[in-house]
Design a protein around this ligand. Structure first.
Ligand code: TYC
Length: 104
């Protein structure tokens, strides 16, 4: 419950007795495969993860070399939406691109 302290009219301060926790964040990961084109992965990173062309290229190459990598970090509902968007777009193009999320 929030309560006001201080004198009325003197710029009352708001004190919140509930502990406010920072929402948990989730890493959305892209996984490498042998079939999805590099161009498509860059498009996904630009279109869904709002990365610049340079960032998208660097992330894609990191995933290509190391097997997986972080596309972005979000609160849970946004991360879940991104995973669904990636899979829908990849399926529509018949690419096997996989995307997962894990708690930061
Ligand atoms: N390894 C793919 C290729 O050589 C490119 C690729 C990169 C695929 C990242 C998926 O998450 C991925 N065409």
């Amino acid at each position: 419950m929030a309560e006001y302290i201080g004198q009325p009219g003197q710029g009352a301060a708001l004190e919140d007795k509930q502990k406010i926790e920072r929402p948990r964040r989730y890493k959305v990961m892209l996984l490498n495969d042998d079939y999805t084109t590099m161009e498509f992965v860059v498009e996904v990173l630009q279109g869904i993860f709002r990365r610049s062309e340079e960032e998208a290229m660097a992330i894609m190459l990191n995933v290509h070399k190391n097997g997986m990598g972080v596309a972005g970090v979000y609160v849970k509902s946004i991360a879940e939406t991104k995973v669904v968007q990636v899979h829908k777009l990849a399926q529509s193009m018949e690419y096997p691109l996989r995307c997962t999320m894990e708690r930061e």
